[in-house]
Design a protein around this ligand. Structure first.
Ligand code: ADP
Ligand code: MG
Length: 466
């Protein structure tokens, strides 16, 4: 176990960066709101992008018809077909097919990527029975594209930059709807894109379809992002006539210099494919948490010989500890932390770890996950405060408004869904920051499949879609 005291001091130092007390989170919230306002005032005005989505109408459950959706946003992509049956029927029927994006296409050319996607779509289209496959009609598609785009209408938008491991240079700056439609045409398929949305917007729409109190949605998966319903009057850069617009915050960006970052976080960023970018995402999302853990363990192995005189070579590989593995170790309930031992052996090739070492590893998991969840929770509180739902708004006589409106936050993503400790920390910090009473009016709910069905719902309800 090498220089144990040194390992402990590395742990302590890391834990202290991760501690994120409520007061420091509140100052992040204030900074966040200032960046949100700056981003709403002017395109590129703040460090938070606050992208216009052109979604100024949300599904309310009355939508009907058959729609396609395509969800591209991370490691996997999906094609779906849904049948909406209005208030009575809801989502009556749904079929979907999922495929992994081949790694070489994630860093290949624009044409290869879109041809691959369109091919999958064409293979899937009309594989179903007559009732679920309107023939002779031009099919409508909602396209969920979960990367930052500069949107110019509900059905057009130019890619600003890739994130989450994608690097296809010749797509940057192009209208992804045009690219997709061209690829669809090359496949000989008759289908039009009626709506281009982000996964956060899809999740918001999916949530709103069943509960109109859903005002905010958050993605906690490979990446992280959030969107919310903003009052048109609070969006100086938008000159349209709608009452509200959904704003895509792109909160994964580097919106604060005061985010609690440790030396391992700096190194992770420097070695990433987008250095200097997405600092919030790099502390919070599933793509990175396992790697942060790995880097802390690597530091302990290098500086304190935690795993013996030699640094295990697998520990040098960024793919050795993924977030699901970290999660499995974190939730190990066996008295001898058997699962932790097994995963350490399997993933980094160290056998016979002592119980103390395993406990130390779990402590690092806890610090990494807790910081991530508390930052995500603070982000939610920031949006709640921005729309006056954090309980701080005064009523008419300066008294605290009683009977504050209920607000639902729809959350989707594998990290939130499959990592119970993460979920607990997130729920807890929201109560800690807002206080019990206000927090009772805020409900954070897992809302799955928004990135798939949500785009179809927007295609069904957005006024510009025929
Ligand atoms: P995407 O963000 O690509 O749409 P998902 O929402 O499905 O994907 O989330 C996938 C991410 O969730 C993975 O990158 C992984 O980091 C995280 N994840 C998946 N399973 C687990 C798990 N068991 N525990 C913790 N995180 C997980
Ligand atoms: Mg997703």
């Amino acid at each position: 176990r090498g220089n144990w005291n040194k390992s402990l001091s590395i742990l302590k130092e890391f834990q202290s960066v991760c501690s994120t007390p409520a007061e420091s989170l509140w100052s992040l919230v204030d900074e966040m709101i200032a960046e949100m306002e700056a981003g709403l005032a002017k395109e590129g005005g703040g460090k938070m992008r606050m992208l216009l989505t052109f979604v100024d109408n949300l599904p309310n459950g009355n939508e009907t018809g058959i729609f396609y959706a395509l969800d591209l946003g991370g490691t996997n992509f999906r094609v779906l077909r849904v049948q909406l049956g209005g208030k009575e029927g809801g989502v009556m029927r749904k079929e979907s097919r999922e495929a992994a994006i081949p790694p070489e296409l994630m860093q290949g050319t624009n044409k290869e990527l879109f041809d691959y996607i369109a091919k999958e779509l064409a293979d899937f289209a009309c594989t179903s029975d007559e009732n679920f496959c309107p023939r002779g009609k031009r099919l409508q598609l909602g396209f969920t594209f979960s990367f930052p785009i500069h949107q110019t209408s509900i059905k057009s938008g130019n890619l600003i930059n890739w994130t989450k491991g994608f690097a296809v240079p010749d797509t940057v700056g192009k209208d992804v709807v045009k690219e997709l439609e061209a690829a669809i045409t090359r496949q000989g398929l008759e289908m039009r894109v009626s709506a281009l949305v982000n996964d956060t917007v899809g999740t918001l729409a999916r949530g709103h379809f069943v509960d109109e109190d859903v005002m905010i949605s958050v993605i906690l998966g490979t990446g992280t992002n959030a969107c919310y319903v903003e009052d048109a009057a609070a969006i100086p850069k938008w000159h349209g006539r709608s009452r509200f617009m959904v704003i895509n915050t792109e909160w994964g960006s580097s919106w604060s210099d005061n985010l609690p970052r440790a030396d391992v976080d700096e190194a992770l960023d420097a070695e990433s494919i987008n250095p200097g970018d997405q600092f919030f995402e790099k502390l919070v999302s599933g793509m990175y948490l396992g790697d942060i853990l790995r880097r802390v363990l690597l530091k302990m192995a290098t500086e304190a010989q935690l795993f013996g005189d030699e640094v295990p070579s697998k520990l040098l590989s960024p793919l050795s500890l993924t977030t699901p593995k970290m999660c499995a170790m974190h939730h190990d309930e066996t008295s001898d932390l058997h699962e932790v031992g097994r995963i350490l052996s399997e993933s980094i090739g160290v056998d016979d770890t002592s119980l103390e070492v395993r406990q130390l590893v779990v402590e690092v998991c806890e610090a990494v996950a807790m910081r991530a969840a508390r930052l995500a929770g603070a982000g939610i509180v920031g949006i709640l405060k921005k729309i006056g739902r954090d309980g701080s708004t005064s009523g008419e006589n300066g008294s605290v408004r009683s009977g504050a409106p209920r607000t639902v936050v729809a959350v989707d993503g594998g990290l939130y869904e499959k990592y119970p400790r993460f979920q607990e920390h997130l729920q807890k910090v929201v109560v800690e920051m807002l206080g019990e009473e206000t927090a009772q009016q805020v409900s954070i709910e897992l809302s799955q499949d928004g990135s798939g069905v949500g785009a179809a719902l927007i295609a069904a309800c957005c006024p510009s879609a025929p």
